[in-house]
Design a protein around this ligand. Structure first.
Ligand SMILES: Nc1ncnc2c1ncn2[C@@H]1O[C@H](COP(=O)(O)OP(=O)(O)OP(=O)(O)O)[C@@H](O)[C@H]1O
Ligand SMILES: [Mg+2]
Length: 459
């Protein structure tokens, strides 16, 4: 888990998200608190519950974005779920637990790939030996190694030519292999056939609750049915074998154990759209009632044990970050037990011209930079005057005020409209340097901006 200080976390978030300082501070503190908790005496450690957060704010102001960036920043397992999906038809209460299973699955993958990374060098060495075995089979071992061979993925031999290699031949070949001289040679390799579409049908939700994994079951039942022979280049074979060996070298029991620990201690679950599950009535139709979903969520947020096929996972110390617009409802409309589980409330404010100007230009992945990069692939160099940028921001604010406030998402629709012609003509455009000026922007938006109905449809 990352041990960034709160200030460092905020700094990182600043690279992508403009403003919303309070929200950034809160998530930074929550994250740091987990690191602190880990350093507390064991006895007290278990008593310290995470301080879950609700991010409140209108649509398109960076709630999800903050969570998304936080995920990349920390090395904690992190998943995002829409609370509202649990109210949909087809979901039964128990499925709320699936988020914990997903979190664990993610945690396992994280640790597995880290472990596989760590054994890369060793795996490569073994793969290299296996390639040499293929290229240069040793006749004397052949007869009595059959038993041993059965367990190994079978490798077809493609002799290099010499019948009785001298001991040094292998070393010569090894040297050639290292120098890349054998890269274009082809070998037959038995590769596991990973796509088993038929099996997917069975492995739907619910199966997991029973602790059954059909894929593993069937995979175990027909070990030979699931591989096929392929002709691959030595380079590719090295890659495949190294991966195979890496998987074999990693101790999955250890991985799972660590993954559970990690999910329990530093996992973060982002509960989006939490406002959609307030209110007693479940809306229309046979939807699961919203309050019902809250009740289902409660034990998980409060701390309980969820059974997964890898073993039980305790949710006591998982950090929950909820988010919602709370237009029609307030956090106080949540059932009291759940409210108490989210002691920190942060409001994100709606965005105006000043923020839009910065959002267009400042973040590392700023929208303008994206368009500039896209068009550069066609040899077209666009640039934006400061005044033009301000103008776009102003239009965004106006349109948001007059029609619906969709926050920074407005910038996306505006930019598409603004650059439509250039994006269309770019491949054949004569003038390769295009400076977008204030008047260009004004022209583009002149008619639409004044006509409210038109802007509803176009922008
Ligand atoms: N403060 C901000 N700084 C930079 N980009 C932002 C900001 N707010 C929103 N954006 C951009 O706007 C888009 C929508 O933001 P986001 O997904 O975070 O909205 P949200 O607050 O989760 O809205 P909703 O309530 O609809 O889920 C994203 O592409 C995001 O990059
Ligand atoms: Mg969102």
């Amino acid at each position: 888990m990352s041990d960034l200080k709160p200030l460092e976390i905020v700094k990182e978030l600043d690279k992508y998200i403009i403003g919303q300082d309070r929200a950034k501070r809160s998530v930074a503190i929550a994250l740091r608190n987990r690191w602190r908790r880990r350093n507390v005496d064991a006895e007290l450690r278990d008593e310290i519950a995470p301080k879950n957060i609700i991010l409140i704010g209108p649509t398109g102001v960076g709630k999800t974005e903050i969570a998304r960036r936080l995920a990349r920043l920390t090395e904690s397992p992190f998943i995002k779920v829409e609370a509202s999906k649990f109210t949909e038809v087809g979901y039964v209460g128990r499925d709320v637990e699936s988020m914990v299973r997903d979190l664990l699955e993610l945690s396992i993958n994280m640790i597995k790939s880290r472990e596989q990374e760590a054994v890369q060098i060793k795996a490569r060495e073994i793969a290299e030996e296996r390639i040499l075995d293929i290229l240069l089979p040793e006749p004397k071992d052949r007869q009595n190694s059959n038993v041993h061979e059965l367990n190994e993925p079978h490798i077809d031999l493609q002799p290099v030519g010499e019948e009785m290699p001298k001991p040094s031949t292998r070393e010569k070949l090894r040297k050639m292999l290292h120098e890349g001289k054998l890269n274009s040679r082809y070998v037959d390799l038995e590769v596991p056939n990973r796509s088993m579409p038929m099996v997917e049908i069975f492995s739907g939700a619910g199966m997991e609750e029973m602790g059954i994994n059909f894929k593993d079951m069937l995979g175990g039942m027909m070990p030979n049915g699931s591989s096929k022979k392929r002709k691959v280049s030595v380079t590719e074979a090295l890659e495949i074998l190294a991966q195979e060996e890496a998987q074999r070298l990693v101790d999955m029991d250890k991985v799972v154990k660590e993954a559970i620990e990690k999910a329990e201690q530093s996992g973060i679950i982002f509960l989006d759209e939490i406002d959609k599950i307030t209110g007693k009535e479940g809306g229309s139709g046979p939807d699961v009632s919203r309050e019902g979903v809250q009740r289902d969520l409660l034990p998980i947020v409060e701390g309980s044990t969820v059974t997964t096929k890898h073993g039980p996972v305790k949710t006591d110390h998982i950090l929950f970050i909820a988010s919602g617009a709370f237009h029609m409802s307030k956090p106080s409309d949540l059932i009291p037990e759940l409210q108490g589980r989210f002691p920190i409330r942060v409001e994100l404010h709606s965005l105006g011209k000043k923020e839009f100007t910065r959002i267009l230009t400042e973040p590392k992945n700023a929208l303008l930079l994206q368009y500039i990069a896209l068009l550069r692939t066609e040899g077209v160099h666009v640039s934006f005057d400061d005044e033009a940028v301000e103008n776009i921001a102003q239009v965004a604010e106006d349109v948001n005020n007059h029609t619906e406030n969709i926050g920074a998402r407005r910038l996306h629709t505006l930019m598409e409209h603004l650059l439509e012609d250039i994006l269309f003509d770019a491949p054949d455009i004569e003038e390769k340097n295009i400076a977008i000026s204030k008047s260009y922007v004004e022209n583009k938006f002149k008619d639409i901006r004044e006509d409210e109905d038109l802007s509803r449809y176009i922008l």
